[in-house]
Design a protein around this ligand. Structure first.
Ligand code: F6P
Length: 344
């Protein structure tokens, strides 16, 4: 078989580890691997690179993706699907392994259901919001980066008696905020799944100050809607929408800081971690995870188990349906929210 591999959507640490494992797994089963450039667009544009064991040597610890990535969606382009199907044929691909998040795998699922397309998914996104798997590639590294940043901000907050608001990514879920906030000992963690009222945040910070703690660290997920006790809410701050209609979030950190200054009056600063959360070398856990998922994807594709996604369930790597993986956004468990309530 001739199997293509692509990476779609935002980059994240661990993509190269997954590509390497997919290629080596494919080759060891006696098949051929082909790299597709820049996500689904690469098939339409017929842009590929040959991949063998040697071609993926040395990429395991590298961030980003050697294949490039894009959010190209053939369903949103005039003639896009026909062109993608023709490209698949012309490139001689017997199947495709798509490494991506909800956008990329949503396209994979539609292609499989509507056109019997031969595709297998691998879950990646720092947001960790894909269903069907316990964890996605990139999440652990993002949490690691954010926790390290919170540790550093703690020392400045403490030295200057400041409130520091740290804005982290995560789109419409609070996985990164909750995990890094708990790991970094944040005093307040604000997530979209259970948005705390800003007045309660102020009371908590005032109480800390009354008890002699002159600083506070507030971790806010970019998708947190500013919320008041009255129930009034403002939607998360949207910077723009990209060409495929995805909202670009960001800016809630500043809004929260302004409210804290207005309501409590303590000196407040904002740090937006931004794309630094997605860059650089993957943690050992992400490399290990990506390797196991890449191998499983090669196995699924090699056995023509189309429409499946390699996934983690407990300590096991399993195959789940792309339908299950893309049917809904996975939110943080109630136990995490309770943990944040108790310790933060
Ligand atoms: O989905 C990953 C992610 O990093 C989100 O956390 C964030 O909202 C978004 O991508 C940023 O997208 P872009 O890189 O297009 O600005």
């Amino acid at each position: 078989m001739r199997l293509g591999v692509l990476t779609g959507g935002g980059d994240c640490p661990g993509l190269n580890a997954a590509i390497r494992a997919m290629v080596r797994g494919t080759v060891s089963e006696g098949h051929e691997a082909v790299g597709i450039r820049e996500g689904w667009r690469g098939i339409v544009a017929r842009r590929t690179i040959p991949l063998d064991r040697g071609a993926v040597a040395g990429i395991l610890p590298r961030g980003g993706t050697i294949l490039g990535t894009s959010s190209y969606d053939c369903f949103l382009e005039e003639g896009g699907v026909d062109s993608l199907l023709a490209g698949t044929e012309e490139l001689g691909l017997d199947g495709v392994v798509a490494i991506g998040g909800e956008g990329t795998l949503g396209i994979a699922h539609r292609l499989h259901v509507e056109h019997a397309y031969h595709v297998v998914g691998v879950p990646k996104t720092i947001d960790n919001d894909l269903a069907g798997t316990d964890v996605t590639i990139g999440f652990d590294t993002a949490v690691h980066v954010c926790t390290a940043a919170i540790d550093r901000l703690h020392t400045t907050a403490e030295s200057h008696n400041r409130v520091i608001v740290v804005e982290v990514m995560g789109r419409n879920t609070g996985w990164i905020a909750a995990a890094s906030g708990l790991a970094g000992g944040a005093d307040v963690i604000l997530v979209p799944e259970a948005p705390a009222a800003i007045e309660d945040v102020c009371d908590h910070i005032r109480r800390r100050h009354d008890e002699g703690k002159d600083f506070s660290i507030v971790v806010v997920a970019e998708g947190y809607p500013l919320t008041w006790r009255s129930g009034r809410q403002e939607s998360p701050v949207v910077q723009a929408s990209d060409e495929y209609g995805y909202d670009r979030l960001g800016g809630i950190g500043r809004v929260v800081a302004e409210e804290l200054t207005r309501l409590v009056g303590y000196e407040t600063r904002v740090t937006v971690l931004g794309h630094v959360q997605r860059g650089g070398t993957p943690t050992a856990r992400d490399r290990f995870l990506a390797t196991r998922l890449g191998l499983e994807a090669a196995r699924l594709a090699g056995s023509s188990s189309w429409g499946r996604m390699a996934a983690v369930r407990g300590n096991e790597i399993v195959g789940v349906s792309l339908a299950e993986a893309t049917q809904e956004r996975r939110e943080i468990p109630a136990a995490w929210i309770e943990a944040a309530r108790v310790v933060a």
